[in-house]
Design a protein around this ligand. Structure first.
Ligand SMILES: [Zn+2]
Length: 407
């Protein structure tokens, strides 16, 4: 019988490698071996060994030596190294589908996206097309010598395990995702699109921190609001998405802002989505009715008319702002965070509207005036769910690096 008190050396090494990688990703400026030892609490000798393993594998690289401020030897900063490990993101959304590969250094290795109205499509057809697209991407990665660490699959609905329970805006329900080749082959981890879009906003989650202006830091807490035809959301606590008991946490679009309001697809009355979703806005602005409301062109026309001061568009957006403020304030009051990041359609209304949301939100926060809430447009605005899904895939390497290194 194995001695239960004996620490498995591989498990320990795997854990230490993971902590080292995570510390490198978290750092705002590149760290040296000595910095890493200090940050992680590991000895310099252990850190030196771990760094050698990661360097030999090619997951990290040495930057140019930096001269010390006062005295001593120059230190060598360590950076994530591109060209070795990739994550794949797959997405089926209400306005199209596609795939993307991301390098640990943050480079986009390939992005393929098809714009299409997805309402009422057949899941089998769409996943076959997505599979063909992913095969091309995988071949491209293999030719360049990449190892795929993992794959995330972003879907506009409620996902439980490997089943898409419902995606009302696609007209899909009870879809067993495990029957699709692309999910099977890539061991894709499915999840809600808003949660993945939230991950994309977290700097250093699984890729080296990008040069863009981050609105949150690696371990921050915030609410992400994903706005399109549907409205989704995610609560991020200390840098990780709160899943909830079943993975359904963060469905801010179905917070009711009016108990006598119109009946939502979810069966409740007066959900946020019924006022501030793309379909609702297009309809309320008098641009289209029925099935046509989901067409992308109407979203652009809505923004144009709103900017030009068209009375119906302004009225629709004002009412939607009321709904957004009410729902987000309720969510902030429940989970107690001080940052709200808005992505999707609502990020296109501009800084003035973001400032108005923030001002009005602060008047409805129970923690005010002691606590202030900040509202920011999402910095990763183009295909955030695809990027987040790919980061989720890459995170498999960060959390469990040894199997990749010793493979
Ligand atoms: Zn609803």
């Amino acid at each position: 019988m194995a001695n239960p008190r004996k620490i498995n050396q591989d498990d320990l090494r795997n854990h230490n490698l993971s902590v080292t990688l995570d510390t490198i990703l978290c750092a705002k400026t590149p760290l040296s071996r000595a910095d890493l030892a200090k940050e992680t609490g590991l000895t310099k000798a252990t850190m030196s060994l771990l760094v050698s393993m990661l360097l030999d594998f090619g997951a990290i690289r040495e930057g140019d030596p930096v001269a010390p401020a006062a005295y001593g030897r120059p230190s060598t900063p360590l950076r994530m190294n591109g060209g070795r490990i990739a994550g794949i993101g797959l997405q089926v959304n209400t306005d199209g589908y596609g795939c993307l590969a991301l390098d640990v250094n943050g480079d986009t290795l390939g992005l393929d996206w098809v714009n299409d109205d997805m309402t009422g499509t057949d899941p089998g057809d769409i996943f076959a097309k997505l599979d063909a697209m992913a095969v091309r991407l995988e071949r491209r990665l293999a030719r360049r010598g990449f190892i795929v660490a993992g794959t995330g699959l972003a879907l506009p609905g409620i996902v439980y395990g490997l089943e898409l329970l419902t995606a009302r805006n696609l007209g899909w329900a009870n879809v067993d995702l495990s029957r699709f080749d692309v999910v099977h082959r890539l061991h894709a981890a499915p999840g809600n699109e808003a949660k993945m879009a939230a991950i994309a906003q977290i700097p250093g989650y699984a890729t080296e921190r990008a040069g863009f202006l981050n609105v949150v830091d690696r371990r921050d807490s915030f609410i992400y609001v994903s706005t399109d035809i549907g409205i989704g959301g995610a609560v991020v606590r200390d840098g990780d998405v709160v899943k909830g008991s079943h993975g359904f946490s963060g469905e801010i679009g179905h917070l009711s802002v009016n108990i006598d309001g119109p009946v939502c697809g979810c069966g409740r009355k007066g959900c946020l989505e019924m006022y501030a979703g793309r379909r609702a806005l297009v309809e309320a602005a008098g641009l289209a009715a029925g099935a046509a409301t989901t067409k992308r062109e109407f979203a652009e026309r809505l923004l144009e008319r709103w900017r030009s001061g068209d009375a119906a568009a302004v009225r629709a957006v004002d009412r939607a702002v009321d709904a957004m403020v009410s729902a987000i304030a309720s969510a902030v009051n429940v989970v107690d965070v001080d940052t709200v990041v808005v992505g999707g359609l609502w990020a296109h209304f501009g800084d003035d509207l973001t400032a108005e949301l923030e001002r009005r939100l602060n008047a409805q926060i129970v923690g005010a005036p002691g606590m202030g809430v900040r509202v920011a447009a999402a910095p990763v605005a183009e295909h955030p769910s695809l990027y987040g899904a790919a980061e989720m895939g890459l995170r498999r390497f960060i959390e469990d690096p040894l199997p990749f290194i010793t493979a």
